[in-house]
Unconditional design. Sequence first.
Lengths: 499, 326
Amino acid sequence: MSDVAYALSMEHISKSFGPVQALKDVTFSARRGTVHALCGENGAGKSTLMKVLSGVYKEDAGRILVDGVVQEFAAPGQAIEAGISMLYQELDLAEDMTVYENVFLGREIMSSIPFKTDVQAMIDRTRALCVHYNFAIDPEALIRDLTLGQCQIVELLKALMRSATIIVMDEPTSSLSEGEAENLFKVVRALRQRGLTIIYISHRMEEVMALSDDLSILRDGEVVHSDRTSQMSVDDVVRHMVGRELKDFYPARNVALGAVCFEADGLASDEGIHDVSFTVHKGEVVGMAGLVGAGRTETARAIFGVQPLTQGSIRFKGETLRIKRPEQAIGRGIALLTEDRKRTGICTNLPCSWNMTLPNYERLGMKRLLNLSRERSLCEALGKRVRVKWSEPDAPASSLSGGNQQKVLIARWLMADTEFIIFDEPTRGIDVGAKKEIYTIINELAAAGKAQLLISSELPELFGVCDRILVMRRGTLVGDFITKETTPEQVMHIAAVEA
Amino acid sequence: MNKFAKQLLPFCSLIFIFSLWTFLVPNEFLTVTNLTNVFSRSSVNLIMAAGMTFVIITAGIDLSVGTMMGMCGMTGALAMLRFSGAGTDQISGGGSIELTTAAMTGGVLVSVLTGAFVGGINGALITRLKLAPFIVTLGAMSIFRGSSLLMNNGKPFAVSDFTLLDTGRVAGVPVSVILLVLVLAVTGFVLKYTRFGRYTYAIGSNVDTAFHAGVNVNRVLVSIYALTGALVGLAAMITTSRASSAQPTAGLALELDIIAAVIIGGCSPGGGRGSMVGTIIGTLLIGFLRNGLTLCGISTNWQLVAIGLIIILAVTADQIATRRAA
């Protein structure tokens, strides 16, 4: 072991994507044998920084030192060579193979007989590693039979077998049960005790505070604070993460609320949500905050009939609804702009106009036969209203940028003219100009007396646009605030910290 | 531009094949008898390809159409014989039985309904049990052939009175041609100018999106497989009428020609793309290709090789075009 105190130093790292500067002069150092937490809101630059570290992106400026030695990572393989391993949220294991086969995949130990692997040696080496780190896992178990938490340990074993010294964990507990998370914390502590350096990315404050030795906070591509964890309180961390002025980026709105339009009472589904109750008035924009996996999208899916309710009821315009399919939700006047545009939003190879009218034929009086000229003029008018940039309405959706595709989908639901609209992360991955236009549309809809639910992971957006903010954590509602009477710090606190 | 090019390639290929045969075997190829022959043989394929176009646009596949045609023909012919009062011994004996007009009409209906019914079952298995269309129709393919062979112990049903769909004419136009034009006009219209057509494209382009946009995906898919089955039933009757009998082995390897025609016509096996005009061009292309090869004295064995190569070429061209566009 060298005498340098830092296992890893990233110095003055900058990285831009076109005009967007994702990282600005970031300096980040992790002491050997410690857990260093990396915090920040979505889009703060954590993933970009880690991708620079793993060699996926090449930094524009700055340098990386591992054990005091400058390293150049042009490809992910080189970072692994240098002892840096990433543990991603999505695991990459061969399901029908055993633990030891996965650990040695592509680097099998060969026996003296040609083409034959030395199975016993691989099992023994895997078992020895498990014993050394105190992992309770059977080297001969099939991956398919393991829990998610155990699979993460297999990924760790893979990293350790390649003699990793620095391990990056990206939201490792986001899909684990509480018991499994506890187990993972033990594993992290065991790794630290044996001299490994852990970079730990998480939104969950209590985890970060309990587990980490040092803590760095990124915001807008810069390190805004870095210190020993013991020197900081949860409030400090949250303040640094959020600390952003709400500029006049969000257009003002002055709409008097109408009667109750939508009422969810005790919703539960098999996707892990329970006891979700809230109301939305006409003309109101209600926000929904929460961490990834808190159950926001699942709530939207339950309301829209994608995943059936197991409990609870929905009252809409004074009527109790039983919705089993999106078809029925749309028929009753509920729209959902889904979170995943590519997977559930757009038909990429079809014309924009077809994408717009897809759920609306009945409403447009085209229940059986289409009226192509009317379709065209309607799409042209709506395209103008949401300011989508296309060569013509019949251009394939694939010829448009992400932001413009999103506008086509917003136009789809404007055309549906529903009384209640759920927007799930409507501005994710689109540029600032398009974002502002979407906020303007939300305001226009509110002025027209529509009820709206806005699911977003960007707190400034929720505070800039919503009348009220709901907070979800672990599948249920844990907060319901009037926007004017709360602060981003309070919302982040309740979303990220166990009561 | 790209859309235009997609139609252009099959069309130019058709012109090319046509010119090639005109040049190579002008005396045999360019005769009224021969060209009529090609069109009439293609008509059966075209009727079936019209249904297959819907299936392939939804990113599905129906491998069972060939054997389904055999089974529908047998079922329809059996119904004709039964409706005409023939007994079991008479039917299995294979002797000539006089058919009534009502019995023949009934037989055609039975054939079409049988196709719609078994097609609907294919669709129901695909949607309800979430099985891959490839697997379901591969299984169905075997079941249908087995069933048609079981019906009369591998022997055909003779229906020599059933000439309506062979030589029958209305105002001088063959009835089969009238049916063909009707089928193409209706299916082409549905695909382009109705909500059902749009749903077909949307399902093929992105089934999750279609579901989230309120499309009743299961109902549309079952309808499409049932429609394909009904068209197979109709095609089976034309074949039966031409042969004066229903053969249990009718439609042998026909699914190859049908699927090839639809794909050559520009339907993407990945779904969401294709048109009825393309399918017509693709079917004629295969028809002329086979005809010319036969006229040149090339064996059917080599014809199979040629058609296989052309399918691979067509899909490659499609892939390249898609990659360019992306």
